[in-house]
Design a protein around this ligand. Sequence first.
Ligand code: ADP
Ligand code: MG
Length: 280
Amino acid sequence: MGFGSKNKMSVIEARNVTKVFEGEKRVPALDDVSFSVGVDEFLCIVGPSGCGKSTLLRIIAGLEKPTSGEILFHGQPVTGPTPKITMIFQTFGLLPWKTVIENIELPLEIQGVEAESRRETAMKFIREVGLEGFENAYPHDLSGGMKQRVGTARALAVKPEVLLMDEPFSFLDELTAMTLRKEVLDIWNDPNLPTNTFIMVSHNVEEAVFMADRILVMSLRPGRIVGNVEVNIPRPRSRQFRSPAFFEYCDKVISLLEEKKLENKLVDEKKKHQGGRLWK
Ligand code: ADP
Ligand code: MG
């Protein structure tokens, strides 16, 4: 059984996804993760650092294989990367030797889109994210917020149905982050764009409550889903940002995070008293 949204057709479904990295050390990263995401839904996933959030996004994107379980996209297993599901990275992932427009064109070039058409598409998304006039700049000349806009334009240009975002604002100052959060919500709401399903990983609870329809809370590693919180605060939420309801949701999510931390600690303590080797 997974965590799903009410009354919504699911686009992405994670079924019993487990991931164990087998290297020098065996690292169980995800444990039996099941949930679904609806069309038009903005889902946030929060959890402590190292609990497998990035791993989960990479598995959804088809960039990594689960050890067991599967990801379904419209009911079909995801077996590799597809332009229908694209990712925006925390560190922007831009090629420093390419200009803004060349960076945005790159995935289209890889898809074999011819030069004129990909330039046109890239320009459309440069306008969409407010980077007009910067198309020939290089990444090192841009601020963090502008780099993230390039990353966003590049992800949108392939016209994905699902956009995955891995802590996209964590390297930005708070003012820039707040502007970009609103811009991302505008993109999500834009009826002219085919990108309607958003899955955003965050370790910032307030950010998640500000943006999400629903928040999945993950435990410490190996990541399991320990909470599913529907955020019923009317949009736009800018004015709600300091409201009691807003903080009630934050508290709810934080207490879910804390509860599991404590529980894990107690399990650890118990194992320690049972001889130690288990928890080493
Ligand atoms: P999060 O994004 O929640 O911080 P990650 O998904 O990056 O967590 O990582 C989860 C765990 O899996 C961490 O302990 C990390 O060190 C480990 N891990 C991630 N990628 C690899 C890999 N390619 N090989 C081995 N271990 C990995
Ligand atoms: Mg991560």
